[in-house]
Design a protein around this ligand. Structure first.
Ligand code: FES
Ligand code: FES
Length: 158
């Protein structure tokens, strides 16, 4: 049985039908076509599927799609402003904070949530915010430095 699901995705209203019990990760990718959201473990342990729901980082693989009805969902696909990358995306490039890139969308969204609520985080704040996101390539330091660079440059956008 399918259930209607309607929500705001990166500021645009979207509507679809989801199987009862479907998770948000699969609905975003398969029904909506937002392939910026990645699935790694589908078990709530890797963080690569992190999206923001009403501004709070959530694991989309652990979120029932029907629970986002009427809410705001943000994904990495919405970070860019036209041709302009988000400051976090620029900082990740400059710091070589992505290698295979698989973890990057989840890292970016967890970092965005941090900088939205705390524009001047300490290194410990960044480590704490990203502690649920696994990266198998970078050793984490470039990612931490990229988030701190973005904060220093003013990652919040008007
Ligand atoms: S795919 Fe969601 S935590 Fe790994
Ligand atoms: S860049 Fe490859 S898993 Fe993080």
């Amino acid at each position: 049985m399918k259930t209607p699901v309607q929500f705001s995705l990166n500021g645009e209203d979207v509507a679809t039908f989801a199987e009862a019990g479907a998770n948000l990760l699969d609905v975003l990718r398969e029904a909506i076509g937002d392939l910026s959201v990645k699935g790694g473990c589908w078990q709530g342990t890797c963080g690569t599927c992190t999206v923001l729901i009403d501004g709070v980082p959530r694991l989309s693989c652990m979120t029932l799609a029907e629970t986002v009805n009427g809410r705001s969902v943000e994904t990495a696909a919405g970070l860019r402003n036209g041709a302009d990358l988000h400051p976090l995306q620029n900082a990740f490039m400059e710091r070589f904070a992505a290698q295979c890139g698989y973890c990057t969308p989840g890292m970016l969204m967890a970092a965005k949530a941090l900088l939205d609520r705390n524009p001047s985080p300490s290194r410990e704040d960044v480590v704490d915010a990203l502690c649920g996101n696994i990266c198998r390539c970078t050793g984490y330091e470039p990612i931490i430095q990229a988030v701190l660079d973005a904060a220093r440059g003013g990652a919040r956008r008007a």
